[in-house]
Design a protein around this ligand. Structure first.
Ligand code: NZQ
Ligand code: ZN
Length: 386
């Protein structure tokens, strides 16, 4: 096992009817900006619950943060934060709203001229404006981690940022919110959380037995609940397991002391930036091909995964590992998710070259757990995904 440090300061307030408890987490004199997305919270009652919880606080609002939070819109929100002397941010939404708020938390205290530099120059945020979240869609784990992904339409870019100052102070996780989430987004949530685990697990063995079993327990739980989430009506027990899996998949715990990959995510972000494909679906397009391309480096963990998650007992390491890859692609497909780029766009020609060039320009010489996946490898993996 590798050396590690673990600190996660986010307080989780989990369960049905727990929304009012957020009031105790907010400073009494806070000037709060409540931020939300395209308006789903107005229709499903979440807005009313949040407003009731915020009774007595000074609250301004900013709505309209789109899926794949857009820099230009966030810059409008930054203006509101400065004009109204806001001191506390409250994200009510899925990963996009929460990530948008993380960017604003960093940008509000940023002393440089161009906040986009936080993303392109990879400036880590040690201290941001304090914020909390009310999660409305289980998927990203953003509610309990310190990373964010921001999109810029004019340049077709999607970049990551983060730092220890960007953990939410608290996150309210009420599984009841899942009632109004469309099936397409539920499928995205399952696929995203699943891939978060595989990015931190399908690498190479380092004798971290507990971390492996943490990861496997999340994968097994997701596999078990996926058909129920997709096919059945809302069920509180299933919803609560789903929500907690998504949070645990990317709150830092399973990553400690082990290598992690993230190449699938980096390639996937480019597919969203270039073609507007939902985040989770980009992962389903890339993952299987990435594992096939890097097979020799990953086969031991792939075989363990095939054995422990999919019950594959027969065959050599290589044979089991190959089945593991097929099972992964089949899992995405069982959620109704297409796993080929050409199923999403006719204009895929040239995508691989553009992504490889972008990575080379950014100096990303080697991705993955061994820092071995070069821009030219990336080109081949993306081509395999057409
Ligand atoms: O905008 P509204 O009206 O809220 O509608 C949203 C949006 O259209 C809707 N929705 C959310 N909660 C709902 C609901 N509809 C009905 N009822 C509810 N309770 O769902 C749509 C998608 O929302 P979005 O927030 O975009 O989805 P998700 O949570 O999947 O977030 C995706 C974003 O997070 C980033 C992705 O790249 C993408 O930009 N990620 C963030 C990560 C992180 N910070 O750790 C890690 C991930 O790997 C990922 O990259
Ligand atoms: Zn993801």
């Amino acid at each position: 096992m590798r050396n590690f440090q673990l600190k996660n300061p986010t307080k989780i307030i989990f369960g049905k009817g727990e929304m009012p408890k957020m009031a105790a987490e907010l400073p009494k004199d806070a000037k709060i900006l409540l931020l939300y997305g395209g308006g789903s919270i107005m229709k499903n009652g979440i807005y009313d619950q949040v407003k009731a919880a915020l009774k007595g606080f000074e609250v301004a609002e900013f709505g309209g943060i789109p899926a794949n939070p857009e820099y230009a819109i966030l810059m409008q929100a930054l203006k509101v934060i400065k004009e109204k002397n806001i001191t506390y941010l409250l994200a009510v939404g899925g990963g996009s709203v929460i990530d948008g708020v993380k960017f604003l938390s960093a940008a509000a205290l940023y002393e440089g001229e161009e906040p986009w530099d936080i993303l392109t120059k990879r400036i880590r945020t040690k201290k941001g404006m304090p914020f909390g979240t009310v999660l409305t869609l289980p998927a990203t784990g953003s509610e309990m981690n310190s990373g964010a992904v921001i999109t810029r339409k004019d340049t077709k870019e999607k970049r990551t940022m983060g730092g220890p100052g960007l953990f939410p102070q608290f996150s309210v996780l009420d599984p009841e919110v899942i009632k109004s989430v469309p099936k397409r987004q539920l499928a995205n949530g399952l696929a995203d959380a699943y891939t978060h685990v595989t990015e931190q697990y399908l690498t190479y063995p380092v004798g971290a037995l507990l971390q492996d079993r943490f990861a496997e327990s999340i994968l097994q739980t997701l596999v078990e609940i996926a058909p129920k989430i997709m096919e059945e009506d809302f069920n509180y027990e299933t919803a609560s397991n789903f929500m907690w899996c998504c949070t645990m998949a990317l709150n830092g715990l399973i990553q400690k002391g082990v290598p992690s990959d993230w190449a699938t995510h980096m390639m996937g972000h480019e597919l969203t930036a270039l073609h507007g494909i939902d985040h989770a679906r980009t992962l389903a397009i890339i993952a299987g091909n990435h594992y096939t391309y890097t097979f020799e480096d990953k086969k031991e963990k792939l075989a363990q995964y095939a054995e422990r998650i999919w019950g594959v007992q027969e065959g050599t390491i290589e044979e089991k590992a190959r089945i593991g890859i097929i099972k992964t692609t089949e899992f995405y497909q069982s959620l109704g998710i297409e796993t080929k780029l050409s199923a999403y766009t006719d204009a895929y020609d040239g995508t691989a070259e553009i992504i490889a060039k972008r990575f080379a320009d950014r100096g990303w010489a080697g991705l993955g757990e061994r820092q071995k996946v070069t821009p030219s490898d990336v080109q081949k993996i993306v081509e395999m995904s057409y």
